[in-house]
Design a protein around this ligand. Structure first.
Ligand code: NAP
Length: 454
């Protein structure tokens, strides 16, 4: 079998060789998944719940191993990796608890009663990106299994290790062979085979908008259900009536966490002109405190970027003519390091201000009025996430309703909780993950009419 080489982006060392599945092997996995799903959907709900709770326990018992793999594979600071793996266990627990709380409707009619049932879809394929491999996989595996489906995950070729290990661990406790499988290899071969096969009923894809478009087109041939979680260029709106100091202290984590490789990164920082200077001072001061370094050390806040190619892509946005208010320094030794950069763009028209960079680059854009802030924020093909900083409750709700964005936070920069739906508007995607909406996304509604009149 041919293999794909996996590198540690902090050291540039080879850390694993992972099998590249052939198309025939992927089809075998689909056949096994199909037969597993037929058995799984008939198991009592309590048995389904037990399996998901056991997966949560297994993840908890192996936090350190999974976190180390994620840290070495993505270059993610170990503190973040541990927290992310812990969140994976929480995700399985949440959906274990939700399994027996998905009810249909009762619709009374003149001539009888209709009932609706949320039926499983069948075989679900999950295609994941390299930035948060295990959490994003779990946001799909857990609800898909909870709803009675079987699951095949194709992780990103650069960062497959934690997902492969989760697959091995789950194999040891799975009540049915092939219920959850991991297939590794390229998107163009393994991903395309999953897309082409009519026995796969849903594709849940997280990745770039460009590949998302091709997934949507390819899914049409076999009418698959599709959820797309794609790119972003989220806005962080700071109004003059906000706690500007709190907003400035929080802003670095909102854009530079995971070295900016975050679809929800608030990389456009919109600041009302009256508080612009105060905000910039606080933002730069807080950014300087971020510790960039060896991901295996507990004190490191930021690691390297995922690859040399990706760093080159991020660097291409750092044009010399931009007005930099901060340029950080990072190691120039081995590894794909790049420190945070903050740019002031008064017009908001530079490529850095409009395109998704997916790296540690923030662009500050000043505004004068609330209406102007909304217009700038919405002037993007994306609509994934964003923040609103203000002490005026009415304004926070007025602006939140006006923003074309799927997931917003007020006086906070956190977007994602297992209990609440998450997803994007416009070219940031379609469908929702997480919360009960996420579970329903892995079901299909069936209506049954019972005649009650003679
Ligand atoms: P990507 O290049 O689109 O790849 C994502 C996944 O799709 C990988 O597993 C990739 O496999 C696979 N793939 C590539 N081409 C394919 C094809 N033709 N058919 C089927 N599968 C294919 O994205 P990425 O570079 O990994 O991730 C970065 C992007 O993801 C950013 O745009 C970011 O905003 C977005 N993202 C969005 C969210 C969200 O929730 N909205 C979360 C995280 C990331 P290979 O690795 O083998 O190429």
């Amino acid at each position: 079998m041919t293999t794909t080489t996996v590198w540690n982006p902090a050291t540039e060392e080879v850390i694993a060789e992972v099998p590249a599945f052939t198309q025939d092997q992927v089809r075998e996995a689909i056949a096994l998944s199909h037969s597993a799903q037929q058995k799984w959907r008939r198991l009592p709900l309590a048995e389904r719940q037990l399996f998901l709770y056991k997966i949560a326990e297994l993840v908890d018992a192996n936090v350190e191993e999974l976190a180390q793999l994620e840290s070495q594979d993505v270059g993610k600071p170990i503190r973040s990796a541990r927290a992310e793996v812990a969140s994976v266990a929480s995700c399985f627990r949440y959906y274990a608890g939700a399994i027996d709380k998905v009810h249909g409707d009762t619709i009374t009619l003149d001539e009888g009663i209709s009932f609706t049932f949320h039926e499983p879809l069948g075989v679900v394929a999950v295609i994941t990106p390299w930035n948060f491999p295990l959490p994003i996989a779990s946001w799909n595996i857990a609800p898909a299994l909870a709803a009675g489906n079987s699951v095949i995950v194709k992780p990103a070729s650069m960062t497959p290790l934690s997902t492969v290990r989760l697959g091995q661990l789950v194999d040891e406790i799975s009540p049915i062979e092939g219920l959850f499988q991991v297939v590794t290899g390229s998107g163009s071969s393994v991903g395309a085979t999953l897309l082409d096969d009519p026995r796969v009923h849903k594709i849940s894809f997280t990745g770039s908008t460009e590949v998302g478009q091709s997934i949507l087109r390819a899914s049409a041939d076999t009418f698959k259900h599709v959820t797309l979680e794609l790119g972003g260029k989220s806005a962080n709106l700071i109004f003059e009536d906000a706690d500007v100091s709190a907003a400035a202290q929080a802003a670095p984590w909102a854009v530079f966490d995971n070295s900016g490789q975050d679809c929800c990164a608030r990389s456009r920082v919109l600041v009302q002109r009256k508080v612009l200077d105060d905000f910039i001072d606080g933002f730069v001061e807080a950014t300087k405190k971020l510790r960039i370094g060896d991901p295996s050390l507990i004190e490191s806040d930021l690691g390297p970027l995922v690859s040399a190619e990706h760093r080159a892509s991020v660097q291409s946005f750092l044009e010399p003519q931009l007005d930099y208010v901060y340029k950080g320094d990072a190691f120039q030794e081995k590894g794909f390091w790049l420190a945070p950069h903050i740019v002031l763009d008064k017009e908001g028209t530079s490529k850095a201000a409009t395109d998704e960079i997916f790296g540690p680059v923030a662009v500050i854009i000043p505004f004068d009025t609330e209406a102007e802030a909304i217009e700038i924020a919405n002037n993007s093909i994306y609509g994934l996430s964003g923040s609103i900083w203000t002490k005026d409750v009415a304004r926070s709700l007025r602006v939140a309703r006006a923003l074309e964005s799927g997931t917003l936070s007020v006086n906070s920069n956190s977007s994602i909780r297992v209990q609440t739906p998450f997803g994007g508007m416009k070219q940031s995607g379609m469908g929702r993950e997480l919360g009960l909406e996420g579970l329903l996304g892995f079901t299909e509604l069936k209506t049954v009419f019972v005649k009650t009149v003679d």
